[in-house]
Design a protein around this ligand. Structure first.
Ligand SMILES: NC(=O)c1ccc[n+]([C@@H]2O[C@H](COP(=O)([O-])OP(=O)(O)OC[C@H]3O[C@@H](n4cnc5c(N)ncnc54)[C@H](O)[C@@H]3O)[C@@H](O)[C@H]2O)c1
Length: 252
């Protein structure tokens, strides 16, 4: 039997990067994965992957409650219960000294990461049975300060606050709530960010970041997906309110 047989999963940001890697792994473990992500070719592509086990791909902006509710309604049609909720959708942050930091960028980053996670979890909760697992993708940037990206750092710390609050609120129902905190991941999201903050081309920017990671290398996306699998699956039933770092030691 696969680890997630007969499990229903809501996964935001599942059309790309870490979310896509997680969707593929979860499908291979038998899960029915319902992806919520912005419309476009990437969402269309993941639709074919999650269809293999009866999942769905839903165009949805996690900052818009009506859209989240509509997508959750698709995932829960016919009274389906949601065993795993993963609030993973995220965007990069403007990079600027705090004195010049743009308010609109600050607000947008908080809205996607924090309000988006709020909407996703609150909309799913009426369909979540006792003993379920909720995972929020935070970051090493939620553990330590990172220069020039105050919006992203604030949002990723706030997600940990949300997780801890929910972990105690939902513990009486046996619902577990944890964050997964990746360090710099070997993907386009991170490379684009590194190019922007270092002003270097990808290879040099990656090398600069490698030098900041104690283990000296970026994290493969599949490592994060297996962390998600652990937190979603049957071997973590006593794990809640945990900051699950997969960061090469960068979080200190
Ligand atoms: N890449 C890294 O190094 C890294 C490190 C730590 C944490 N993270 C976090 O991991 C998560 C996934 O990032 P990734 O690296 O896979 O990046 P990615 O850009 O590949 O994936 C992010 C996904 O979120 C979706 N998304 C963005 N805004 C959305 C919205 N308003 N509504 C619905 N979907 C939306 C995007 O369309 C995309 O599919 C993010 O929360 C990110 O902050 C990434």
């Amino acid at each position: 039997m696969a680890l997630l047989d007969n499990k229903n999963v809501i996964l935001t940001g599942g059309a790309s990067g870490i979310g896509l890697e997680t969707a593929k792994l979860f499908v291979s473990e038998g899960a029915r994965v319902h992806v919520l992500d912005l419309p476009g070719a990437k969402l269309d592509a993941v639709a074919a992957i999650v269809a293999a086990t009866g999942g769905s791909a839903n165009a949805c902006d996690v900052t818009v409650r009506e859209q989240v509710d509509a997508a959750v309604a698709v995932a829960t049609a016919g009274g389906t219960q949601i065993d795993v909720v993963i609030a993973n959708a995220g965007i990069s942050s403007p990079a600027a000294p705090f004195e010049e930091y743009p308010l609109d960028g600050f607000e947008r980053v908080l809205k996607v990461h924090v309000v988006g996670a709020f909407h996703t979890i609150q909309a799913a909760l009426p369909h979540v049975p006792d003993g379920a697992s909720i995972i929020i993708t935070s970051s090493v940037a939620g553990l330590v300060g990172t220069p020039q990206v105050s919006a992203y750092g604030t949002a990723k710390h706030a997600q940990i606050g949300l997780m801890r609050s929910l972990a105690v609120d939902l513990a009486p129902r046996g619902i577990r709530v944890n964050t997964i905190n990746p360090g710099p991941v070997d993907n386009e999201f991170q490379t684009t960010f590194e190019e922007r903050v270092t002003g270097q081309a990808a290879a040099d920017a990656n090398a600069i970041f490698d030098s900041m990671i104690p283990l000296g290398r970026h994290i493969p996306m599949v490592d994060i997906a297996y962390g998600m699998l652990y937190l979603a699956g049957p071997h973590s039933t006593n794990v809640t309110s945990t900051i699950f770092r997969i960061d090469g030691g960068m979080g200190g």
